[in-house]
Write a protein that binds this ligand. Structure first.
Ligand code: MGD
Ligand code: MGD
Ligand code: MO
Length: 761
């Protein structure tokens, strides 16, 4: 049988699709990748899955004005009819309510291909068509996104501009990793990962004798095969530990007064808080130990170590995905400032090593391939994670980053490329909120929990059914993505769907800019190539790139060190903060008057943590980390992700003592619950966990029965509260629960079933 080969890219890596008889039969990893992701093995199965949406479908109840969107049946319609319905609904809501009636932020990762990037395409379409209510910020590092501009004038150290691994390997003696370095997370980069280099860098770090300290509630955050000290810590309490380390440096005179004077403002105010001059409580090691559970002498020793040799302090993004998530990031910067190594090779602070593949990867500052998204003419947006608040309380006022806003009254939701019925906190609350709008339109490839709650569902192609260009500004490659198989069922490209809708609304040529698919592939590549040329990096012409399947952006000649230029000359390289310096106290933030995010880093107890009163009733802290075997909810039904399930349920990791105290056994099914809801989970005993902490990964497709999810989406249990009034980021890691053996019958969940679909008559 003849076999053809087609280069392509996923968020979890580059590969060649092998095709026989119009079916993808395998994905061969990109040759130069030293450590390809096993998730490549899930692509073929998902592409040809029976869960694919075959034809445009309309929810039966919607036709009768029923807004209870769960468990309903669908009727298939022709593309023409479906597009007329969507165009009609958009026109109706626009005419009656203006752009404030349409919610189109459409948060989500979509595909790695940048021409067919669904979230960019839907926003381009809705913005060109008059605007909509958008979403600002992200779930990944939402607290950092709005805090860091006040502190260091930029967010770029969170999205990847950190001191690179070559500099660390050459200079660092001690890496302190809050949240550890779980290699599983480094499988992915939004826009695709050409090389998976983290295992290699960590091995080299070990070989040159760099000490690694992992501070985390679980030893599993120590990378496989790497020796590290483990400091177990109660979830959500890292700020207390950092403050005590800062206190130690001040108390022992180990702080760098010259650095503080030249590069920072607000040191004295913060020091007054640390020493207790301001509130009578010294934030010393004994104080912190009572909060975070780390012995006081361990804290003091760690503080001495980072100040007396070249050290890199890095914090996983998870630390700030919690209530008061602004604080650990601000405290980390403050601690690094006291140690005085910011801007020195291998020293200072960093964020997200191992949170994403690309963090710390040496690379050039060049643009990635992108479809342009114009400005939203409606100038309306909510903080990304405030969706349920908005739907449940139109007209209500809320605070965000120093300003007061009002929630709009949403009549129509349009989503393509994301899955709020996996990603949003407190799913039962979102289920209530989802009854509010009149119409919900979704583009999806599979019958996901979101697609099954839409009124009009339009089937979208997947990457291997279309041509594209993929890559991220963080990766050393840009990839050609060749169409490998024809569209499955009647699936269409998101781009073509929006182009047809734009035609019905009279702006087809504006939307397409006169380009077809290959025209756009050429255009985004040439845009990147031009940007590279300006920076002295030569990429081959498009046709050569397309035929070869990829182009390489050569590594930089020098090692990148965060804030090196600022340290060399702080006057010529002022930070974009009001003072031009690092703000350990910010007058702007203090001026907002937010008790939940005051003017300098502080310890604020979250509403739910192991030291809270609520822990009496809900004694276990639930952490919901990123899944090893899938990307969020993507690939969940495939064999790799299925192989980890326990009796068909999503696993929950539990300390043997916590299990024994509840009569729970390894491999048993439990009910995990709190006041917000409940889900089933399969128990995996894990002695490397701190007692009192349980861990579930995100992304199991939910199967709710009442308020019980029978499969195990942990967002059934998480709290839907903003990190603070400053950033309003998601607080997914702030959740207390109880666990009990499940008494009911364990029948297979129905999360991976299609709804009843009636064929077109
Ligand atoms: N409890 C808890 N919750 C969390 C987190 C946590 O740590 N804890 N993490 C949060 C974070 S950091 C993130 S980034 C979010 C992730 O949340 P999402 O990005 O929403 O999750 P995905 O599962 O990647 O959803 C992408 C969806 O887009 C669809 N899709 C892919 N390609 C295409 C395409 O070409 N066209 C169309 N139309 N659709 C496509 C996929 O089928 C999938 O359903 O989750 C957040 N939720
Ligand atoms: N395989 C895979 N990789 C992924 C993703 C995926 O879906 N699958 N998603 C990607 C995305 S969108 C993002 S944003 C990143 C997120 O990257 P991260 O936010 O870094 O990932 P998490 O797995 O949520 O958290 C990392 C570790 O932090 C620890 N941790 C949690 N809370 C605390 C705390 O309070 N204190 C301390 N010290 N440690 C804590 C947990 O043990 C957890 O294992 O991951 C990316 N990588
Ligand atoms: Mo994320």
């Amino acid at each position: 049988m003849s076999r053809t080969r087609h280069p392509s890219l996923a968020h979890w890596g580059a590969f060649t699709a092998l095709v026989e008889n119009q079916r993808v039969v395998g994905c061969e990893p990109f040759g130069p990748d030293p450590s390809p992701s096993p998730m490549l093995g899930s692509i073929a199965e998902m592409l040809h899955s029976p869960l694919r949406i075959q034809r445009p479908s309309v929810r039966k109840g919607w036709l009768d004005g029923n807004r209870d969107r769960e468990g309903d049946e669908y009727v298939e319609v022709s593309w023409d009819h479906a597009l007329d319905l969507v165009a009609g609904e958009l026109a109706r809501v626009r005419a009656q309510h203006g752009p404030a009636g349409i919610f189109g932020g459409s948060y989500g990762w979509s595909s790695a291909g940048r021409v067919h990037h669904a979230r960019s395409l839907i926003r381009r379409f809705l913005f060109q068509g008059g605007g909509c209510v958008d979403q600002v910020g992200n779930y990944s590092w939402g607290a950092a996104q709005f805090l860091l501009p006040h502190v260091i004038g930029t967010t770029s150290p969170v999205s990847g501009d950190v001191t690179d691994w070559e500099s660390v390997l050459a200079h660092t003696r001690h890496i302190v990793a809050f949240g550890g370095m779980p290699i599983k997370n480094s499988q992915v980069t939004s826009g695709g990962a050409g090389l998976h280099n983290l295992p290699g860098w960590l091995a080299r770090a070990q070989a040159v004798g760099i000490r690694l300290t992992v501070i985390s509630p679980t030893r599993a955050d120590i990378p496989d095969g790497i020796a590290a000290d483990w400091i177990p810590i109660r979830p959500n309490t890292d700020t207390a530990l950092m403050l005590a380390m800062a206190h130690t440096l001040l108390a022992e005179g180990l702080h760098d007064t010259a650095f503080l004077a030249r590069y920072c403002v607000g040191v004295d105010t913060w020091a007054g808080y640390l020493t207790g001059a301001a509130d009578g409580q010294a934030k010393d090691a004994a104080w912190a130990s009572g909060i975070c559970g780390v012995p006081a002498d361990t804290i003091v020793a760690l503080a001495r170590s980072i100040a007396t040799q070249r050290s890199l302090l890095t914090a996983a993004w998870s630390l700030q995905r919690a209530q008061h998530g602004e604080q650990p990031y601000w405290a980390l910067i403050g601690l690094a400032a006291l140690a005085g190594q910011i801007g020195l090779p291998g020293g200072g602070f960093a964020f997200g090593h191992a949170s994403l593949n690309s963090i710390g990867q040496p690379r050039r500052q060049v643009p990635g391939p992108e479809v342009p998204v114009p400005k939203n003419p409606a100038q309306l947006a909510i903080p990304v994670a405030r969706i349920s608040d908005m739907l449940l309380a139109p007209g209500a006022e809320y605070e965000f980053n120093g300003a007061r806003h009002t929630y709009p009254d949403i009549k129509l939701i349009y989503w393509a490329g994301g899955n709020p019925f996996h990603h949003h906190q407190d799913q039962n609350r979102l289920r209530d909120a989802w009854r509010k709008p009149e119409t919900v339109i979704v583009h999806e490839s599979w019958w996901t929990p979101l697609a099954r709650r839409a009124d009009i569902v339009l089937p979208a192609t997947t990457s291997l059914e279309r041509c594209d260009v993929g890559g991220s500004a963080r990766d050393p490659y840009v990839f050609a993505m060749h169409r490998a198989v024809p569209p499955q069922g009647e699936a269409r490209n998101d781009f073509d769907i929006f182009a047809e809708l734009a035609r019905r609304a009279g702006f087809h040529d504006t939307y397409t800019a006169g380009r077809d698919e290959m025209g756009w592939c050429r255009h985004v590549y040439e845009g990147m190539r031009g940007g590279c040329a300006e920076r002295g990096v030569v990429l081959p012409p498009f046709d050569e790139f397309w035929a070869r399947g990829h182009a390489e952006i050569p590594p930089p000649d020098s090692q990148y060190v965060l804030f090196e230029a600022f340290r060399r000359d702080p006057d010529a390289h002022r930070l974009r903060t009001p003072s031009g310096k690092i703000e350990l106290t910010s007058d702007v933030v203090a001026g907002f008057g937010y008790a939940d995010c005051p003017g300098h880093p502080v310890w604020l107890a979250p509403s739910e943590w192991l030291g809270a009163e609520a822990a009496g009733q809900w004694p276990l802290h639930l952490l919901t980390n990123q899944p090893r075997h899938r990307l969020h909810s993507q690939l969940d039904p495939a064999a790799l992700s299925r192989s980890a399930k326990i009796q068909g349920c999503e696993p929950i990791a539990m300390h043997p003592d916590d299990a024994a105290a509840r009569g729970i056994q390894d491999g048993g099914v439990v009910r995990v619950f709190n006041a917000r809801g409940a889900c089933l989970a399969g128990v995996k005993l894990d002695a490397s966990l701190m007692p009192g902490v349980v861990v579930m990964s995100t992304g199991a497709w939910s199967d709710p029965e009442g308020d019980l999810d029978r499969h195990g989406n942990p967002n059934t249990l998480t709290a839907d509260i903003g990190t603070s009034r400053l950033a309003q980021g998601p607080s997914a890691q702030t959740a207390l629960v109880q666990v009990e053996p499940y008494a009911g019958p364990v029948t297979p969940h129905r999360a991976w079933e299609s709804p009843a679909v009636q064929a077109a008559s």
